[in-house]
Design a protein around this ligand. Structure first.
Ligand SMILES: [Zn+2]
Ligand SMILES: [Zn+2]
Length: 431
């Protein structure tokens, strides 16, 4: 009886919003674990997180989740449709077997999604965002492309023939949640668990640019898929892992990091002279060249050796300024995420564009770009205008007034900076 009611309730759900958004509510815990990791780094006497790289990672996390507010799980509708019209069996809602099948099925499909993201050029154009940090810490786990969800939804569709959508969505989120904690250097090895589970040790290899690390360890929760399908590599104790892309992008601008590779794929497409080669430039591996195998040749791989990481020194006041403004954006995003269902889609789009624009301005200031002060001035003025023109019923009036004054003062400061074209001293830091 109870199960029938649940099924009826489930069928009435026209969209996915009532399902638990595990990852969305986990953000406070993400921040807590990042704090704990920094405490461990202090104890181990190792360098702490860099503010510029960390805020860039978190910005990508916000951009990815902003996309989810816009897309409203649209990538899952095909799954929902197939389950409703073509399911081959109805597994019991509340039996452990359904949960086990969903967990293993989602993880198996994740392996192939992830592998495709590395082996199909246009998918790599999105997934490279996750690999764009030269650091390896918990913040990197949140660094994702805005279109990452769309990259893999087709691979999960076979599950729709027998796994109920609610089980699928829940396990997919648990699967992603699991992958947060494996982005750390603080956990060296987990003994016998290393044979079965994807662990920090295995995922360090996945994020390496060293030749032995490339295209290895795609697993989500389980590493057995890599062992079965021949993509497993053990971490080498005698070779330092170099994190980041083979050709790393010197930028903290999240919008640039989200888009530059897609531009490159378009360039490659345009540079090919035959349609066969044009399609190969999109669907073959990133290392493919005309006349070469789908994934390129092993001997053509670039040998990456330990290299200076990209860093830009900016004054302390500027770091504090950017941290405060980033925190305000996080708060603004939190409000938008909580209230977006009741808002007009155009309003949601306006605020998402504003948040992405703000994160871009913050990234440009971290990069110390010459035109960043003009961009920041415009961003401050846009928010002041929005506060004056729109009704923010969910924000305390005094807090809103404080934001308005703070953004007016910030805008005034950058106005003066723009006039003087005052340059913040910078240098590339090598370490
Ligand atoms: Zn990857
Ligand atoms: Zn990762």
């Amino acid at each position: 009886m109870q199960s029938t009611i649940r099924k009826q309730n489930y069928r009435r759900r026209a969209d996915w919003s009532p399902l638990p958004r595990v990852v969305a509510v986990a953000w406070p815990y993400f921040l807590l674990f990042m704090l704990i990791e920094n405490i461990l780094l202090i104890i181990e006497n190792r360098p702490l997180y860099r503010l510029n790289d960390t805020i860039t990672s978190l910005s990508h996390g916000l951009i990815e989740h902003s996309g989810k507010l816009l897309f409203r799980a649209g990538e899952s509708y095909a799954y929902f449709y197939i389950y409703q019209h073509f399911k081959l069996m109805e597994l019991p809602w509340n039996r452990p077997i359904t949960w086990y099948l969903a967990a293993i099925g989602v993880d198996f499909c994740y392996y192939w999604v992830h592998r495709a993201c590395h082996e199909v050029h246009i998918l790599w154009a999105q997934h490279q965002v996750h690999h764009s940090s030269e650091e390896f810490n918990l913040a990197v786990g949140l660094r994702q492309s805005i279109l990452q969800g769309w990259c893999g939804f087709i691979f999960y569709l076979p599950l729709a023939f027998y796994i109920p959508p609610a089980h699928f969505i829940t396990h997919q989120q648990f699967n992603l949640l699991y992958q947060f904690w494996i982005h750390t250097k603080s956990i060296k090895t987990l003994g016998p668990l290393e044979y079965i589970f994807n662990t920090p040790q295995h995922h360090r290899v996945h994020h390496g640019s060293n030749i032995y690390c490339l295209d290895k360890n795609y697993g989500g929760v389980l590493i057995i898929w890599d062992r079965i399908f021949g993509t497993f590599a053990e971490e080498k104790k005698d070779e330092e892992i170099v994190y980041g892309l083979v050709y790393n992008q010197p930028s903290f601008n999240p919008l640039h990091l989200q888009t530059f590779y897609t531009e490159y794929v378009i360039q490659r497409f345009n540079s090919m002279t035959t349609w066969r080669h044009k399609l190969a430039a999109i669907f073959y591996g990133p290392s493919w060249q005309p006349g070469k195998p789908r994934l390129g040749l092993e001997e053509d791989k670039v040998k990456v050796v330990p290299r200076p990481v990209y860093d830009v020194r900016i004054p302390l006041w500027c770091n504090i300024y950017l941290l405060i403004h980033f925190s305000i954006m996080v708060y603004g995003f939190h409000l938008l995420a909580v209230h977006h269902v009741g808002l007009n889609p155009l309003t949601v789009l306006t605020f998402v564009i504003y948040i992405i624009g703000s994160l871009t301005a913050i990234g440009m200031l971290f990069d110390n770009k010459p035109n960043a002060c003009v961009f920041e001035l415009c961003r401050c003025m846009v928010l002041v205008t929005l506060i004056q023109r729109m009704q923010f019923i969910n924000i305390n009036e005094n807090l809103l007034l404080t934001f308005e004054i703070f953004f007016v003062l910030s805008g005034l400061f950058w106005f003066l900076q723009s006039i003087k074209v005052l340059q913040i001293s910078s240098k590339i830091k090598l370490h």
